[in-house]
Ligand binder design. Structure first.
Ligand code: 5GP
Length: 206
C-alpha cells in the first residue's frame, strides 16, 4: 500500500553537532529524499554554493519575499535572516518526496503546526558542551565572537529538546547515523501517513 503523501523531516541542533553527517546517512538510505534549500541573508562560506546550500539573498530581497508571503516560516538567527520557502515544502508533499529541513527551534515549531502528521522533528546534539566547543574549534569556520555566539545559542536551544519528537546524541558517527535512519523508517510507518480506511476496505475485498 502506498503512503498518502510526502513527508517532512526536520533536523535541528547546534551548529557543529554533526547534522551534515546525519543528512548524508539519510541520503544514502532514502532515494526519494531531497534537501529543502532555505534562503538566508548571511554571507556564503567558502565551500557553499548559491542554490545548493542556501539561496543567498540581500536583506532587501528577503524583506520582499516576506511581503510576498513566500515563506512558510522565517527567523532571525545570529543576526541574519533564514527562511523556508512554501514552494520547497508543498511540492514535496504533493509529489511524495521526503523533504529534509535543517532549521532552528522556532522554525520546527511553525512547521509542525502547519504540517502536523506529515512532519517529524529530530534534535541532534553532542554529548556535552565541551564536545560542541571542540568540534566548532576544529571546524574553524567561525571567528571567536561568532563561536561564542553559537555556543550561547546552543545552550538555549538545548532547553527546547522536550518540544521535539526524537533526540539523537551524536557521540559516535555510525551509531547516530543508524539511529536517524531508523527514526525516519519508523516515522514513515506511522498510521496517519496511510490511507487507513482505504486499506481496510481494500483488505476486506480481497
Ligand atoms: P548556519 O548559519 O550555521 O548555516 O545556520 C544557522 C542556523 O540557522 C541553524 O541553526 C540552522 O538550523 C538555522 N536555519 C537554517 N535555515 C533555516 C530556515 O529556513 N529557517 C529557520 N527558522 N532556521 C534556519
Amino acid at each position: 500500500m502506498k503512503n498518502k503523501k510526502g513527508a517532512i523531516i526536520i533536523l535541528t541542533g547546534p551548529s557543529g553537532a554533526g547534522k551534515t553527517t546525519l543528512c548524508d546517512a539519510l541520503f544514502k538510505s532514502f532515494t526519494n529524499l531531497r534537501f529543502s534549500v532555505s534562503c538566508t541573508t548571511r554571507p556564503a562560506r567558502d565551500d557553499e554554493i548559491d542554490g545548493i546550500h542556501y539561496q543567498f539573498l540581500s536583506k532587501e530581497q528577503f524583506q520582499e519575499g516576506i511581503a510576498r508571503g513566500d515563506f512558510v516560516e522565517y527567523a532571525e538567527v545570529h543576526g541574519n535572516f533564514y527562511g523556508t520557502l512554501k514552494t520547497e515544502l508543498q511540492t514535496g508533499i504533493d509529489v511524495g518526496w521526503l523533504t529534509l529541513l535543517d532549521i532552528d527551534v522556532q522554525g520546527q515549531i511553525n512547521i509542525k503546526k502547519l504540517y502536523g502528521d506529515y512532519a517529524v522533528s529530530i534534535f541532534v546534539t553532542t554529548p556535552s558542551y565541551k564536545d560542541l566547543e571542540r568540534r566548532l574549534l576544529m571546524r574553524g569556520t567561525e571567528d571567536i565572537n561568532s563561536l561564542q555566539e553559537r555556543l550561547q545559542s546552543a545552550a538555549l536551544e538545548m532547553k527546547q529538546i522536550p518540544l521535539f519528537d526524537y533526540l539523537i546524541i551524536n557521540d559516535d558517527k555510525e551509531r547516530a547515523s543508524n539511529e536517524i535512519v531508523s527514526v525516519v523508517r519508523a516515522f514513515l510507518c506511522t498510521i496517519p501517513r496511510y490511507d487507513v480506511q482505504g486499506f481496510i476496505n481494500n483488505w476486506a475485498q480481497h
